[in-house]
Design a protein. Structure first.
Length: 214
């Protein structure tokens, strides 16, 4: 509240009595205290490079490791950058710092959530270079040995790194936005060398692959 521009604060105050305004100031200063483990079971991050980087940074700064560990489901969606005309565009030079920090922030966030049961990650917009960086940074972190549900889409390095970080015995549901002839699907199959995927997983969703036409 104190960080808001004076004009904005006065506008908010015009809708509140003095006591209500004082309460709002107190809550805004201590908001982290009001987020208990019980309401941090599920969390979602979505946005293009700059907004999602800011969200991840704020999340890491505001929450203790103990509260990170009680999160059971996380969804992270990296949107494409759009211009006003709706066409894709490159990340502006002024946003280079956010783009540079994105992958370390992403890995740091995921690695803190050691109690995950469900993970959904859509990172199709990552470049090959950033995807490789993701795989390198994720490798030495603690594996997700409790993840039961996985939904993943993105470059090959990202998908394979995430699969390698999961425990095949714990996985029950996998949504993989790849075809059966992809290296990502091969990586998934390699997790089950003894049993067929159809007997190991309760649910497996892949891209539909129509039969060849003659």
């Amino acid at each position: 509240m104190d960080k808001l521009p004076q004009e904005c604060r006065e506008h908010i105050a015009s809708f509140l009595g003095k006591e209500a305004l004082n309460n709002l100031v107190l809550v805004s200063k201590n908001y982290a205290v009001h987020f208990t483990g019980s309401n941090l079971r599920r969390i979602r991050f979505q946005g293009s490079v700059v907004p999602i980087s800011h969200k991840l940074k704020s999340f890491l700064a505001a929450k203790s490791n103990r509260k990170h560990q009680v999160i059971r489901k996380v969804s992270i969606v990296l949107d494409s950058e759009r211009s006003h005309s709706g066409s894709s565009r490159n990340v502006p030079l002024s946003d280079a710092t956010a783009y540079y920090e994105l992958v370390p922030l992403l890995v740091n966030t995921l690695s803190r959530m050691t109690g995950l049961r469900g993970l959904s990650l859509a990172a199709k917009r990552l470049s090959d270079e950033k995807a490789h960086e993701f795989s390198v940074l994720l490798a030495p972190t603690q594996k997700w040995d409790k993840v039961k549900s996985l939904k993943i889409s993105g470059p090959t390095d990202v998908v394979c790194a995430v699969l390698d970080h999961c425990d095949a015995k714990a996985l029950e549901t996998v949504h993989l936005c790849k075809r059966t002839d992809s290296p990502e699907y091969s990586a998934l199959k390699s997790m089950y060398p003894t049993y067929s995927l159809q007997y190991s997983l309760k649910e497996l969703c892949l891209w539909y692959q129509p039969p060849p036409s003659y």
